[in-house]
Design a protein around this ligand. Sequence first.
Ligand code: SAM
Length: 315
Amino acid sequence: MPLSTAHVATDRPARYVKQLISHLGHKATAEVTGAGRGTVTFRDGACSLVSRRGELVLIAAAAELDALAGVQDVVARHLVRFATEEELHVEWSAPAGGDTLEIVTPAVDDYLLTHCTPADQVLTELAVATREATGRSAGMQVSADEGALLEMLVRLAGARRAIEVGVFTGYSALCIARALPADGYLLACDVSTEWTDLARPFWERAGVQERIDLRIGPAIDTLRALPEEPAFDFAFVDADKVGYPAYYEEIVPRLVPGGLLVLDNVFLGGTVLDPAFQEQDQQAMRLVNDALARDDRLDCVMLPVRDGVTLARKR
Ligand SMILES: C[S@@+](CC[C@H](N)C(=O)[O-])C[C@H]1O[C@@H](n2cnc3c(N)ncnc32)[C@H](O)[C@@H]1O
């Protein structure tokens, strides 16, 4: 489904969201989806409206390019008409498909990979062993640059106690665990012994096995069994996407002030932006992305790293 965005500079974004929802509600289905946010759904397309400081962000999508142009036109015309006290400029980006968005070009990707601290011998061999043992599933493993980012974040946060949801063959767990101090603790949650068994020899070689408490079972049960008190400095979520809203709800109260929650795959390959995709995964991820952005317990930043990484720091 083609989609297109526009960033409209204004000091009154929330007011325009209200006006658009109220006015376009006569010709389409228009609803408020949160503070300063809304969606207008037409017969053959939709537009999300998001107010941010100093701008109104419009995300239009439709099944066909013609219909997309129609959505863009209706929204932009009404917006410009409502702006009686200022002149608004609505410039739409070129249409792109949600599932074909190229977040980072291959040239940039190659360049950034060759300018990160390279993965060491243990991590490199773990990546090779994962490919050999799991075939296509190896794509679930975090990339070398994301592993390096996790390690850096744990060190910068000065974390001692961490949680990981989604271990697979232990690459990201290794990156997190070795950035913890010698007496650090990583609670690592996964449902699969088949995959996590592969991790153990590599954790041992890296000398971090003592820090990792691997719990096999649905992560939500492991998290809910923890005392509901702030005892963790860092959490990384990279498991089943439908579980993200519940993981977020359980983890935030258990983070200390200043603690960091990191979520992986927040773009879902770009499909999270595209209303054509309405599977449970996209719905859950949209819910979490929206909730994090307006959660006043957290400061949040979404990064275009790989498939999208959100950092949320507890206030
Ligand atoms: C994307 S992989 C994790 C990759 C890992 N972070 C790495 O870097 O190698 C997702 C993992 O989540 C696990 N998983 C799926 N559903 C789960 C659940 N309900 N509870 C715990 N783990 C789950 C899968 O078994 C899989 O190992």
